[in-house]
Design a protein around this ligand. Sequence first.
Ligand SMILES: C[S@@+](CC[C@H](N)C(=O)[O-])C[C@H]1O[C@@H](n2cnc3c(N)ncnc32)[C@H](O)[C@@H]1O
Length: 197
Amino acid sequence: MTFKVKDHYFHKAKKDNFLARSVYKLEEIDERFKILKKNDQVIDFGYHPGSWVQYTSEKVGVNGLVIGADVRDINKKLLGVPNVRLFQRDILTIETMQELGVSDQFDVVLSDMAPNTTGIMSVDQARSLNLVEMVFFLMPKFLKPGGNTVIKVFESNDAQVFLKEQKKLFSEFHYLRPKSTRSVSKEYFVIGKDFRP
Ligand SMILES: C[S@@+](CC[C@H](N)C(=O)[O-])C[C@H]1O[C@@H](n2cnc3c(N)ncnc32)[C@H](O)[C@@H]1O
């Protein structure tokens, strides 16, 4: 079950014209770990409604590119943004970069994907890990050597074991629970810098 908490970050996002409060998680991660830079080409898996797309599109500038993919209908509010392209796709069905209209590998892979939750912890953890595994599966095709990644993870032992294995793929590997994360949430983010496939 998902619900909207109208807390400080919800109101701040409204005031700052962001489409979701999750933008402050990416902002904190980016300020701390310097993930995004001008002219970057970025893929955002599970972009909807699109606050990460808004933030990233500003950061990469007019010569950069942000591609968003999500199972949900395209968010029309983002259609006028010149350096943004959106796709209605389930990440579990994506095999090649060409399906997203690009041939060059990305500088940054973002994923804030969250599964439909059931309230049954083991099921929700497994579904979330499935999405995380898929992002890592696509990584060698999608992320440039030297590139960065930010991926949302739901806490579980299996996730921990899986991520430990992936650590060697990056020069730097960090875990962070941003300040704006709701206290009841089981999510955190894994941040990989300098991909070494
Ligand atoms: C928390 S929201 C993302 C919020 C977004 N980062 C923002 O700032 O507006 C998670 C998104 O993941 C998407 N998602 C979940 N499973 C997916 C899948 N298999 N493929 C693509 N998108 C998926 C959901 O549809 C949902 O829109």
